[in-house]
Design a protein around this ligand. Structure first.
Ligand SMILES: NC(=O)c1ccc[n+]([C@@H]2O[C@H](COP(=O)([O-])OP(=O)(O)OC[C@H]3O[C@@H](n4cnc5c(N)ncnc54)[C@H](OP(=O)(O)O)[C@@H]3O)[C@@H](O)[C@H]2O)c1
Length: 101
């Protein structure tokens, strides 16, 4: 049975790469982002490689946006197997580098 994944913050960086990785490994992947104008690159790759990646709107700061996205994904698939809740920014800046030293 196909596994279903959601990735938040897929317009760039880790979310973008994780969405591609999951879809290339046959997860039905919802690459979600708050600004769909940034989805063109991902959609082009998905269609060229014929991988199961769908772009959807989801702003993690907006409860109704989250509810709408989850409801619609559950309606289409009956389940969600994996959530990669990546969206956001590191507020610690260089402090996090110090924490790892
Ligand atoms: N890169 C690292 O070395 C590192 C290390 C530790 C932790 N992290 C954490 O990993 C996450 C991703 O890092 P990154 O390097 O990939 O950062 P990034 O390239 O700046 O990506 C951040 C992503 O989050 C999205 N985002 C921000 N607010 C959002 C919201 N309200 N709703 C939906 N999406 C939202 C951004 O969308 P927009 O394009 O719309 O702004 C963007 O796609 C961050 O939480 C970061 O703190 C990263």
């Amino acid at each position: 049975m196909t596994r279903v994944a959601i990735v938040t913050g897929s317009s760039s960086g880790i979310g973008y790469e994780t969405s591609l990785l999951l879809a290339r490994n046959r997860f039905t992947t919802y690459a979600t982002m708050r600004n769909l104008n940034k989805s063109e690159g991902l959609s082009e790759i998905a269609s060229k490689e014929k991988i199961p990646l769908k772009v959807a709107h989801l702003d993690v700061n907006n409860d109704s946006s989250v509810d709408n996205a989850i409801d619609s994904i559950i309606k289409e698939n009956g389940k969600i197997d994996l959530l990669v809740n990546n969206a956001g920014y590191d507020l610690f800046g260089s402090l996090s580098i110090w924490l790892f030293q």
